[in-house]
Design a binder for this molecule. Structure first.
Ligand SMILES: [Fe+2]
Length: 206
């Protein structure tokens, strides 16, 4: 492997690892929030799977960008980035995932006020699983290190989310804030494991 290819490989490997870690954190929090807002155990478990796989399309998008290795306009970059929801959906469509999982993934960037993508869906037209993922995904992104900034602490993350509250289902968001203050969030965030099957299988609140 020549040097350029090796460094490309390292960047892509790091990106895959970051995505998997992000997916695990989102899966765990999505499972917990889904249960709190009244999803059944089975639905919550399905949402954990959707949470784990929700950004699968990003890996393909990143791969394309690295291969092309070209400068792109800002708007092209935005379209490329946004395409990850449909790409992930199309990949997973070929497998035996439920419509609930597929729709949660396809619409996880829809905003409650209709300003999201890919379809500008509004309020409860957005599937319930996607509304949960929208909240959890943003929180996990904010409390994680990014190449361009350090992680925010959870209080700051919540404040930043309150500024963006138009994006969220308010009932779910309030339940999320309550949950963040009640659970050991650091355990979920810092040591993520996919262990939903070990959790309470009844429909009782965790
Ligand atoms: Fe995404």
């Amino acid at each position: 492997m020549n040097e350029q290819r090796l460094s490309l490989y390292k960047v892509m490997k790091a990106e895959v690892e970051d995505e998997l870690l992000h997916g695990m954190k989102v899966a765990n929090l999505a499972f917990l929030l889904a249960k709190r807002v009244g999803f059944s155990y089975e639905r919550s478990r399905e949402l954990a799977i959707a949470g784990f796989l929700h950004d699968l399309g990003k890996l393909q998008v990143a791969h394309t960008a690295y291969e092309q290795g070209k400068e792109v306009l800002e708007v092209e970059e935005m379209v490329r980035r946004r395409s990850h929801v449909k790409i992930g959906y199309d990949i997973l469509m070929r497998y035996d995932y439920s419509d609930f999982i597929l729709e949660s993934i396809l619409y996880h960037h829809e905003n409650y006020d209709g300003s999201g993508y890919p379809r500008n869906l509004v309020a409860t037209d957005i599937p319930s699983g996607a509304r949960v993922l929208r909240i959890v995904n943003m929180f996990v992104a904010l409390v994680s290190d990014r190449p361009y900034r350090k992680a925010f602490d959870k209080e700051t993350a919540i404040e930043l989310m309150i500024d963006e509250v138009k994006n969220f289902d308010m009932r779910y968001f309030l339940a999320f804030i309550k949950m963040i203050h009640e659970i050991d969030i650091d355990k979920v965030i810092d040591f993520p494991k996919l262990e939903v099957d070990l959790w309470d299988k009844s429909d009782n609140l965790l």
